[in-house]
Design a protein around this ligand. Structure first.
Ligand SMILES: NC(=O)c1ccc[n+]([C@@H]2O[C@H](COP(=O)([O-])OP(=O)(O)OC[C@H]3O[C@@H](n4cnc5c(N)ncnc54)[C@H](OP(=O)(O)O)[C@@H]3O)[C@@H](O)[C@H]2O)c1
Length: 345
């Protein structure tokens, strides 16, 4: 059957909900099913009220492999907590009938298969990788870097939200020796997923601002992997902050001694449809809800500030995952994603 069929694992989460929302506006009109263990049998709009009347249907309790295998373009998005796919990988492969697993385009939104060096993985995730044999099968789905490799990929590890912003700031600095790379990042509460915690609970978050995981955030691993590949030298000093917003990442990187930084960005992102260079500061309100990333580059003397704004649930997650699906399956990478943010937010 030549229609595209898609299953979203973890469809009741924030990323899963965004996948359902964005896939409903995809021009290919794929057929989509969503899996949730907690809401099996319940309509999608019970969890994602914005989908009422737009995305009909109900959650399945597990992947319907027979239904998926009937498509000649099967896609599985995995939007489960970190560590789940690598634990379930072999069992999922064993459940897929015939050659479905081989034909499947699998896109993982978690961190499980992003890091190819198991020592680097252990340094930041504090555990041995549970499924190291499968890591080489995965292409790192940072679209603006691995654009051509993704076109041939069947297994894609979607980058993290902070990692996407960090790497968009670093990519044009290939082969530069930077010394200290000072980075400050700000994120909203949806970055922690839908499960309630002290750091996402409204009374403790709504009027607060704080740093967390200073110099130790796990998304540095992806940035270090990129720096090693690109020959970027320097010490990455990343301090994330949690802000009283729901969506969005705003990252500021300061470097010194690099010439023509803005023209490097113009050249590297000339053909990147979702990256927009702005004149001074980017704004979260210009990108939230969309797959766009706005980047500002300001230089005074030897010092340059690079500022990146994106939506953690779209370009930092579900939107980038669909961009990866588009690239990996021969579609225009903009398909289903070419929409501006609602402004003002
Ligand atoms: N939030 C962000 O900004 C962001 C950005 C980039 C990447 N990510 C990554 O994307 C993944 C999903 O994030 P999220 O924010 O959407 O998380 P979430 O809101 O917590 O949703 C995760 C979903 O996974 C399902 N799930 C939990 N344990 C499971 C298990 N053992 N087996 C199968 N399903 C399970 C849950 O649904 P049921 O319990 O109903 O089955 C839940 O709805 C995570 O790995 C996260 O690190 C998140």
């Amino acid at each position: 059957m030549s229609e595209r069929r898609i299953v979203v694992l973890g469809a009741s989460g924030y990323g899963g909900g965004e996948l359902l929302r964005l896939l409903a506006q995809h021009p290919e009109r794929p057929r989509v099913r969503g899996v949730s263990r907690s809401y099996a049998g319940k309509p999608f709009h019970n969890v994602h009220p914005n989908l009422r009347g737009v995305v009909p249907g109900a959650f399945d309790g597990s992947v319907d492999w027979t239904w998926l295998s009937e498509s000649d373009k099967p896609v599985l998005f995995c939007a489960m907590p970190h560590g789940e796919l690598s634990q379930q990988y072999k069992a999922l492969a064993a459940s897929a009938p015939g050659d479905t697993w081989r034909r499947l385009t699998l896109i993982d939104l978690s961190a499980d298969f992003r890091i190819h060096d198991v020592d680097l993985y252990k340094r930041f995730y504090k555990v041995e990788h549970p499924c190291p044999d499968e890591i080489p099968a995965f292409t790192y789905g940072f679209c603006e870097w691995q654009h051509d490799a993704i076109k041939a990929a069947k297994r894609i590890a979607n980058p993290g939200c902070f990692a996407t912003a960090l790497q968009l700031a670093l990519l044009p600095l290939a082969k530069q020796h930077l010394g200290l790379i000072a980075v400050s990042g700000v994120t909203g509460s949806s970055g922690s997923g839908m499960k309630l915690s002290e750091t996402t609970h409204h009374p403790t978050r709504a009027h607060d601002f704080r740093a967390y995981k200073a110099l130790g955030h796990q998304h540095q691993a992806e940035a270090i992997q990129l720096m090693l590949s690109l020959g970027v030298g320097g010490d990455l000093a990343f301090v994330p902050h949690s802000a009283p917003i729901v969506r969005g990442i705003f990252l500021t990187m300061q470097v010194a001694g690099v010439s023509d930084v803005r023209s490097r960005f113009e050249s590297v992102y000339a053909n990147a449809p979702f990256v927009r260079l702005v004149e001074d500061s980017p704004r979260l309100a210009s990108v939230t809800g969309s797959n766009f990333v706005d980047i500002g580059v300001v230089t005074h003397g030897k010092v340059t500030a690079i500022m990146v704004a994106l939506d953690n649930l779209v370009k930092g997650m579900a939107g980038q995952a669909i961009q990866n699906m588009n690239l990996a399956t021969g579609l225009d990478e903009r398909a289903g994603l070419w929409a501006a943010a609602a402004y003002p937010a």
